[in-house]
Write a protein that binds this ligand. Structure first.
Ligand SMILES: Cc1ncc(COP(=O)(O)O)c(C=O)c1O
Length: 422
């Protein structure tokens, strides 16, 4: 195994993105493999926040809205648009992913342009399904259809298409599935949906900043996504919404707040929607979170999403080959697609002792290296690869630990209690 470690270190030396690691905060003696859940803190975020707290909120107070803050959401939306190949007029930033999905799905359903049927699938993130269920209880429509597959690993695309054919409507799918990292064929599904009078709202949360998304080339009409994972925007950083130009005029927001008004600062009594995507805005933007988001987003734009995706594929190929050689013989299973092009940036494994193995990684019994993955019920250990800071050596060390924990039955030292955030 020593030879392998040197090989990993060599690959890190040759890595074109290696210098970006120094832009993030790293606690000592710890490997972080959970950037797919919460990205690391960019070092520049501290100074940015300090300036806002001291100079803008502290000294200039209300004057900062005009001088600094009102322009911030648009500036960030424009940067997100360049990352996703969209027009800046098609992107809005603010609120959580859950709220943006609510607004968008509600607007599409009430627009009368698509059959009033909501659809989702069993690989989707739970909040998306809850939101669709809620809308179907509030509006005159039937319960959402959840398309189920025989495994958690991949979507069965023929059966997905068959369901769309027989039940056209408004779908919500996660471009990269949160469990297995399965990466959907976006363009083919968008086109199939269009042929069947349907539309897909893509949840880009596990994809944005990790895979190269081209909303125009893939004929995408609607999307939402979060920014606190691979974009390193910070805990609870605002989400974004994308709506293709061709649809914006025909949609109506279900939350008529003053920031979505045509003239928010005229304080007139009646609501009149803004013309553009701003109509989906509702209330005051979250300035502190937007500011840290911009810092994270700028690093991604500087590194270039093409290079980030290329590195994530290489790291993924390396990790999956180590898993196959070293871990499968010990009772672990690979729970992500084998082909790099069919998965996002994380790799999921499982074992009958998954939960207690995670505890060993997080809290080793002596001074061994601490490793932070995450656990998703009921058996999934997700190993998040964040190309801006994950190294080949980190992956090599992780596989060594996973091997050791099982060989030494180290998991027997941990109980099975689970905290709230896993
Ligand atoms: C795919 C996906 N969608 C939505 C969410 C929830 O986002 P929010 O908390 O911003 O509503 C998450 C959170 O991890 C997610 O992974």
């Amino acid at each position: 195994m020593k030879r392998h470690k040197e090989a990993a270190q060599q690959m890190d030396k040759k890595d074109a993105l290696a210098s970006f690691r120094a832009r993030f905060f790293h606690p000592e003696k710890e490997i972080y493999l959970d950037g797919n859940s919460l990205g690391k803190q960019p070092l520049d975020a501290k100074e940015t926040l300090a300036t806002i707290l001291d100079e803008q909120w502290g000294k200039k107070l209300i004057r900062s809205w005009n001088d600094h803050w009102l322009a911030l959401p648009k500036r960030i939306a424009s940067k997100l648009a360049s990352l996703l190949n969209a027009d800046p007029k098609e992107v809005l930033v603010g609120e959580s992913t859950s709220v943006n999905l609510y607004k968008l799905a509600h607007a599409l359903l009430t627009s009368g342009q698509f059959p009033k049927q909501l659809l989702t699938d069993s690989l989707n993130f739970p909040t998306d399904n809850y939101i669709l269920q809620g809308i179907s209880e509030q509006l005159p429509t039937t319960a959402p259809i959840t398309i189920s597959y025989s495994s958690d690993l991949t979507a069965d695309v023929p059966s997905l298409k068959e369901t769309i054919k027989h039940n056209p409507g408004i779908l919500c799918l996660s471009l990269v599935s949160y469990k297995s990292a399965y990466y959907y064929p976006m363009k083919a599904l968008n086109n199939f949906a269009k042929e069947h009078n349907s539309i897909i709202i893509w949840d880009l949360s596990h994809a944005v900043g990790a895979v190269d998304i081209d909303l125009k080339q893939t004929d995408t009409l609607a999307a939402i996504g979060c920014t606190y994972k691979y974009l390193n925007g910070g805990p609870g950083a605002p989400s974004f919404m994308y709506v293709d130009q061709s649809l914006i005029a025909s949609l109506k927001t279900p939350i008529q707040g003053w920031f979505g008004h045509a003239k928010p600062f005229n304080f007139i009594p009646d609501y009149r929607a803004a013309q553009g995507i701003e109509k989906f805005d509702a209330g005051t933007p979250q300035i502190l979170s937007l500011a840290t988001l911009e810092v994270g987003l700028d690093i991604t734009l500087e590194a270039g999403i093409g290079r980030i995706r290329a590195k994530s594929e290489q790291l993924g190929i390396y990790l999956s080959s180590l898993i196959k050689a070293e871990l499968l013989p010990l009772g672990y299973s690979l729970e992500s697609p084998e082909e790099a092009s069919e998965r996002g940036a994380h790799i999921t494994i499982s074992h009958e002792e998954s939960w207690r193995i995670c505890q060993c990684l997080l809290s080793p019994k002596d001074d061994r290296l601490k490793i932070i993955p995450d656990f998703r019920p009921n058996r999934f250990i997700r190993l998040g690869i964040a190309p801006l800071y994950t190294r080949y050596e980190d992956l090599w060390e992780t596989v060594c630990r996973l091997k050791e924990i099982v060989l030494e039955k180290e998991y027997e030292f941990h109980d099975g209690n689970q905290p709230t955030v896993t």
